[in-house]
Ligand binder design. Structure first.
Ligand code: GLN
Length: 446
C-alpha cells in the first residue's frame, strides 16, 4: 500500500467517507499529474464497484468509464477511492448511505451534508486534492459549505454526464470539490468539454480558467441575494457575510441588493420536489434486478422485479418514487408535473432578470453550520428553511454556474459563501472567488 493510501485509510477510519478503494497504476500525464482524486460512488469507473450507496447496486461492478474518468486518467490523476453518498443522490445529509453516515472532518459528531458527502469530507480533511460529485439540488455546494471545501457546480452541459448514474436529468450536474479556487479552475479545464456521448453536452469552448483568475474589483457590480440573507437566523453568519461585503466595497466593488418575489422563493422546494422525484422514478425504472444490480429470487419476471425493488431501496427512496409516480400519473400530470415546470420557468426568468446587471450573485450557502448527526434543526415551513436552506436549487433550475467557498467559522465550524454567475461565465465566477479567497485568507484549520 502506498503512503497516500495508508493515510487515506487512517482518515477514513474517522470519517467513514469511502465505499471502496481504487488502486491503479497511473499512466496519463498533464494538468493534474499525481493529484489524488476521489469519485462519488455514482460515477462509473471500469472494474470498480459503483453502488450509488444503494443496496440494490451494492454488487454493481462498472463495465466502462464515465467520460470524466477518462479525462482524469488522461491528465495524470491518481484515482484513489469511491466515496459515500446519500442513496442514489437523494438527500442532503449523507445519513442514508448503505455504509452509514459520513462524519464531518471538523467535528465527528456532525454530518458531512450530502448527497456528495464522502467527497466533501475527504477534501475538507485534505485527504485528497480533489473529488468529484454530482449536484441536483445543492449536493456539492451544501456539503462543501459544511466541510470547509470549495465546491463547484458548473453550467449545465459544461461537464459530460456520460457514465454517471442519473437522479433527475433536467437538474443533474457533474461537479467537484477542491481545497482552493486555483485548483478548482484547473479541474474545470480537465473535466469540461463537448462529449458526443452526452446529448446535453455543450459545444461552448473550454477556457484556460486558471490563467484568468486576476481581477480588479474596482467598479465591478456584485449582487447580494438579500431575501436569503434576511431570513438567516444565525447572527454571526449574517454579520460575517455583511463584513465581507464591506471589505469588497472597500476595494471598489459596487454591491447591489437583489430581491425576488417571495412567493416564487417559497415555491422553490415544492417545485424541486415534484420535478426531481418525477424524473427520478422514470430514470430508475431500469433498477429491477433483471438488467442491473442485486437480484432477488422470484417465480416470474414481475415477482423478481417486485422483490428486487422492495428489498433494494430504503423507505425514503420508495416514498420519493411514489411521490414522483403520483406527479406523473395521467390524472395529475397537468396539475402537478406540468405546473411545477411552469413555476420553474417563472423562477428561472426572475433569476435571469435579477442577475442581469451584475457579474455574480452572493449569499450564504446555508444559514446553519453542519448539524449534529441526530439533530433535526429545521422548521420545514419557515422561510429560514424554505429560502435560506434551499436557494441554491435555483441554479439547478437555471443551469447557471454556482460554487461555494469557505469564508469563516461559526462555533469552530466552517461556513460557506455561495457565488453564482451567468451561463458559461465560469471564468468570471472563479476570478471573483479567487479575489474573495485572497481577501479573507481562510486557512482551513481543524
Ligand atoms: N437534497 C436534495 C435532494 O434530496 C439535493 C440532492 C442533490 O443535489 N443530489 O434531492
Amino acid at each position: 500500500m502506498s503512503d497516500n493510501q495508508k493515510r487515506l485509510h487512517e482518515v477514513n477510519e474517522k470519517l467513514n467517507a469511502i465505499v471502496s478503494y481504487v488502486e491503479l497504476e497511473t499512466s496519463g500525464s498533464g494538468l493534474i499529474e499525481n493529484w489524488d482524486v476521489a469519485l462519488k460512488d455514482n460515477i462509473n469507473m471500469k472494474g470498480t464497484l459503483t453502488t450509488a450507496s444503494c443496496e440494490l447496486l451494492s454488487n454493481h461492478l462498472s463495465i466502462y468509464n464515465a467520460t470524466v474518468v477518462d479525462k482524469l486518467l488522461a491528465t495524470g490523476a491518481n484515482i484513489c477511492a469511491k466515496t459515500s453518498m446519500d442513496e442514489l443522490g437523494m438527500g442532503g445529509t449523507n445519513l442514508s448511505a448503505i455504509t452509514g453516515p459520513v462524519k464531518n472532518p471538523y467535528d465527528l459528531d456532525r454530518i458531512s451534508g450530502g448527497s456528495s458527502g464522502g467527497s466533501a469530507a475527504l477534501v475538507g480533511a485534505h485527504a485528497v486534492r480533489a473529488a468529484l460529485g454530482t449536484d441536483t439540488g445543492d449536493s456539492i455546494r451544501k456539503p462543501a459549505a459544511y466541510c470547509g471545501a470549495v465546491g463547484v457546480k458548473p453550467t449545465y452541459g459544461r461537464i459530460s454526464r456520460y457514465g454517471v448514474i442519473p437522479y433527475a436529468s433536467s437538474l443533474d450536474h457533474v461537479g467537484y470539490f477542491t481545497q482552493n479556487v486555483e485548483d478548482a479552475a484547473v479541474m474545470l479545464e480537465v473535466l469540461a468539454g463537448r462529449d458526443d456521448l452526452d446529448m446535453t453536452s455543450s459545444f461552448e469552448p473550454v477556457e484556460n480558467y486558471a490563467a484568468l483568475l486576476d481581477l480588479d474589483l474596482k467598479g465591478k457590480r456584485i449582487g447580494v441575494f438579500k431575501d436569503v440573507q434576511d431570513v438567516i437566523g444565525n447572527e454571526s453568519m449574517r454579520q460575517q457575510f455583511a463584513s465581507l461585503c464591506e471589505q469588497l466595497e472597500a476595494q471598489g466593488a459596487i454591491l447591489v441588493d437583489k430581491h425576488m418575489n417571495v412567493e416564487l422563493l417559497r415555491a422553490m422546494l415544492p417545485v424541486y420536489s415534484v420535478i426531481s422525484n418525477s424524473e427520478a422514478v422514470a430514470n430508475h425504472a431500469n433498477l429491477d434486478g433483471v438488467r442491473y444490480g442485486k437480484s432477488q429470487p422470484g417465480d416470474d419476471l414481475e415477482s423478481i422485479m417486485k422483490a428486487t425493488r422492495s428489498q433494494g431501496f430504503s423507505s425514503m427512496i420508495k416514498r420519493r418514487f411514489v411521490y414522483g409516480a403520483y406527479a406523473l400519473d395521467d390524472d395529475n400530470q397537468e396539475d402537478v408535473f406540468n405546473q411545477a415546470k411552469r413555476v420553474r420557468r417563472m423562477i428561472v426568468d426572475a433569476y435571469a432578470t435579477m442577475i442581469e446587471d451584475v457579474d455574480i450573485m452572493l449569499a450564504c450557502a446555508s444559514g446553519v453550520i453542519a448539524p449534529k448527526l441526530n439533530e433535526n434543526t429545521h422548521n420545514e415551513r419557515s422561510d429560514e428553511y424554505l429560502i435560506a436552506e434551499n436557494h441554491m436549487v435555483i441554479n439547478n433550475f437555471t443551469g447557471y454556474p454556482s460554487m461555494t467557498i469557505p469564508f469563516g467559522y461559526v462555533d469552530d465550524m466552517p461556513i460557506g459563501l455561495n457565488i453564482s454567475a451567468k451561463p458559461f461565465k465560469e471564468a468570471t465566477m472563479f476570478a471573483y472567488a479567487k479575489a474573495i479567497e485572497t481577501q479573507i485568507n481562510w486557512k482551513g484549520e481543524f
